[in-house]
Design a protein around this ligand. Structure first.
Ligand SMILES: [Zn+2]
Length: 272
């Protein structure tokens, strides 16, 4: 047609092309591409992941800490948060800072000066090509093979020597069905224990239990809260992030206080 040397595909050819399933290697390439993207980009802000300021949720997904803070405290952000970001954030299920763990990622530079995440023990590059895990609550990140080599009796973080449970080794951006399932089971188990992803007490999760234990735990909680605050603040060196964190923590505390007052009111009503 048109003598231009091109040809218009016939319907039969078009149908054949559309119906063709992607080959295994094409599928693999797409999966690797999206995994690489998830390892390098914050899904909330679409900004490059900052390995010195990365957090992860119970699913092993990675976010920039700042983006999570901004979504938790939209009012404190100077620029309004785009709707797409808000929608993406609500899909994550992150409700408080307890739902994420700050990661401690070792970074190295190659000869070209490119910075990459590395396993502090094996020095392997971490990312889409190497399965990686992190430990809750300390947040240290390792290659999966490194963690497998740790003997069953030790169960201590190779970096900070804090002990941990098997359950709390979180696969980063897992692609295996079994790994995803394991993480889902873990968070269910934690919920029944009244714990959040970071293993801190999740007050909203076990209301009944909380009421029973409220009275005797109040003192300890306050002490723990003080410790948490100091702990988080001391790990943040960026002043903007630090002040935002303080705001989020203050807001969470305020909310908890209001809830406590409301609960107390309800209880005294019941007595009357
Ligand atoms: Zn550690």
């Amino acid at each position: 047609m048109g003598n231009d040397g091109g040809s218009i595909p016939k319907r039969r050819e078009l149908v054949r092309e559309a119906a063709r399933l992607p080959t295994a290697s094409e599928l693999k390439a797409t999966a690797l591409e999206s995994l690489t993207h998830a390892w390098t980009t914050c899904p909330l802000s679409d900004a490059p992941l900052d390995f010195s300021n990365t957090v992860s949720d119970w699913r092993g997904r990675l976010y920039n800490y700042e983006s999570v803070l901004q979504c938790l405290m939209p009012s404190s952000s100077e620029t309004p948060i785009p709707e797409t970001q808000e929608a993406e954030f609500s899909r994550t299920g992150i409700k408080s800072l307890k739902d994420v763990v700050k990661l401690k990622i070792t970074t190295k530079r190659d000869e070209k000066g490119r910075e990459f995440a590395a396993c502090p023990v094996s020095l392997k590059e971490l990312g889409a090509a190497a399965k990686s895990v992190y430990i809750v609550p300390c947040g240290h990140v390792f290659a999966e093979v490194t963690m497998k080599e740790i003997s069953d009796t030790e169960k201590q973080c190779p970096e900070c020597s804090s002990s941990f449970e098997d359950r709390d080794v979180i696969a980063i951006l897992p692609t295996d069905e079994a790994e995803v399932e394991k993480l889902a089971k873990r968070i269910e188990e934690l919920k029944t224990l009244g714990l959040a992803h970071n293993l801190k007490k999740d007050k909203s999760a076990s209301k009944k239990k909380r009421k029973a234990e409220d009275a005797k735990e109040n003192k300890g909680n306050d002490e723990q809260k003080e410790k948490d605050k100091n702990g988080i603040a001391s790990r943040i060196n960026n002043p903007m992030t630090a002040s935002l964190t303080a705001k989020v923590l203050a807001e969470q505390e305020e909310r908890a206080k209001r809830r406590k007052i409301a609960d107390g009111y309800k209880r005294s009503e019941a007595v009357r």
